[in-house]
Ligand binder design. Sequence first.
Ligand SMILES: *Cc1c(COP(=O)(O)O)cnc(C)c1O
Length: 363
Amino acid sequence: MPRVYNFSAGPAMLPEYVLKDAAAEMLDYKGTGMSVMEMSHRSPAFTAIIKTAERDLRDLMNIPDNYKVLFLQGGASLQFAGIPMNLSLPKNGKADYIVDGSWSEKAYKEAARFIDAKCIASSKDTNFDRIPDLSDLPIRDDADYVYICENETIHGLTYPEIPDTKGHILVSDQSSMFLSKPVDVSKYGLIYGGVQKNVGPAGVVIVIVREDLLPEDKIDGVPTMMNLRVHADKESLYNTPPCYGIYICGKVFKYLKAQGGLEAMAIRNAEKAKILYDAIDESKLFKCAVADPAQRSKMNVPFVTGNPDLDKKFVEEAALAGLWNLKGHRSVGGLRASIYNAVPREGVIALVDFMKKFEAENL
Ligand SMILES: *Cc1c(COP(=O)(O)O)cnc(C)c1O
């Protein structure tokens, strides 16, 4: 079967070049006579893989030297607990959350199990169709950090700019926008993301954290494996890391560098998103809940026909046309196209052509 256009929100498409390159090295990684899956995480070959991956990620994102880069496990969801445990529990035990969708809401609720977490702005009352009002946020003076989910995967929302945290540390879940455009790392205390959205295979979560925010290596009641200082001191090799996933991420980093880096990705992603949003706005059948163009995610594009049966028919017929995984998240229904870095422009054009055909047949 030829490769399909896969609009899954995650795990999602990876560059074909990377998959072929990994396939070619599957049985014999660079003359070691073994697969990366079979080698010790302390071997010279794997040491080179993880060091090179970190260096390439630092180059791509222009990560300042006073930030640590960690390759961990447990997905973004484990950090919903890890972040309050590391950045707040040993300090004031208070953090303020902006809730603009399901992921930030989950993170907020999880944090509230361990610290005094407060939701200081939310767009829940309008079904997360916008970023909440960020002017003059009621941040508590002794809040250890302010938390955002910068791209809400399910609702298709993104922050046009980061909020004014009034000098407080900003923590950002960038899972579904990681490496989609340049970000100024120095404006954040901690950035993290599961890689299975826009970077690599499920099983790796990347944490970029300012060194001075790392806790002591023992925090009462916090498992050693949850302690970011422990992982930072051991350079992500405290225990066996997700070796093969890190190896694939490393290949994606090299590939993105060769493609012109994050500036180039941002231009391409903006073009792809414009093609799709324009088609939705011009259509009489499809609608997008997020009205403000500046807040529309360039990675995840949710839309609806307004008729659940018609949405279902769309998903089924699209798959027959080679356009896969267009169903909206189970919590919100409707349709969603995730158009991450590896989804080619031709895929978006094929989707738009299919939408026009479907509209003509069904309106
Ligand atoms: C998918 C996603 C998560 C959860 O990621 P897991 O790796 O499955 O835990 C968290 N935040 C955002 C924004 C996501 O898109």
